[in-house]
Design a protein around this ligand. Structure first.
Ligand code: ZN
Length: 234
């Protein structure tokens, strides 16, 4: 039989255990299961969305893929799913942990249209170039030129925010392609930045771990200020 004292005791234990400063959704979920003797259904991986910061999977070190797995229909379908979420989210790179899979896999695609959408001056300053869809499985990265370039960066797992992040100018990655064939890929500028960002995801790192903290900002803060001003006038 349920007792309030049990609920309180459970709540305190959960908070102590998680060391959280507030009651998280996980705590509420656990309390719900104690109270109603039922569990709340949560999304199963691979997700149909990009998970957000706070999801523990984004802080785990991803596991390498067994080469025998790569040719399986299930794995190939999962790669297609990763790409589908990349396209739906209108992003240029996506790592498997962002759809709930702690795997050493990521995909990059920068289309001609994406490049053309950028002002020519920024395009050439940031060295933004197209990149056909490329899957990187079990990637190993080497920094070729450690000179750091600083640009604004966003992440599908930290929606609506951006910050300036330093990244190496040139990198090289050795990985397996979607058919398990080894390849070596070199990139500089913007592409190197995207790949370095995705490599971080496989180590449980986010751009907020590398950013200049004072540059962290909400994407539309100035737009919202403007709207508020309009409202005040009316
Ligand atoms: Zn990201």
């Amino acid at each position: 039989m349920f007792k309030y004292s049990n609920l309180f005791h459970g709540c305190v234990k959960i908070i102590q255990k998680s060391n959280a400063r507030f009651i998280s959704f996980r705590s509420i979920k656990k309390l719900y299961s104690i109270y109603f003797d039922k569990t709340i259904e949560t999304a199963k991986s691979p997700y149909d969305f990009i998970c957000q910061v706070g999801n523990p999977i984004l802080r785990q070190e991803a596991s390498p893929i067994d080469i025998k797995e790569i040719q399986t229909v299930e794995f190939q379908k999962t790669l297609d799913h990763l790409y589908k979420i990349l396209k739906i989210s209108d992003t240029v790179g996506l790592a498997a942990p962002q759809i709930g899979l702690s795997w050493q896999v990521f995909a990059i695609e920068v289309t001609e249209e994406t490049v053309e959408d950028v002002y020519p001056s920024i395009r050439s300053y940031c060295q933004i170039k197209p990149q056909p869809l490329t899957y990187f499985i079990n990637p190993e990265m080497e920094i070729i030129n450690s000179e750091e370039l600083i640009f604004h960066e966003t992440c599908g797992s930290i929606e609506h925010f951006r910050a300036e992040v330093p990244r190496p100018k040139e990198i090289q990655i050795k990985a397996l392609d979607r058919f398990g064939k080894p390849f070596c890929w070199k990139a500089e500028g913007w592409l190197a930045r995207i790949a370095h960002h995705e490599m971080d995801h496989l180590k449980g790192l986010l751009y907020t771990d590398r950013m200049f903290p004072l540059t962290f900002e909400y994407n539309k803060w100035d737009e919202e200020n403007y709207i508020d001003k309009e409202k005040n006038i009316n």
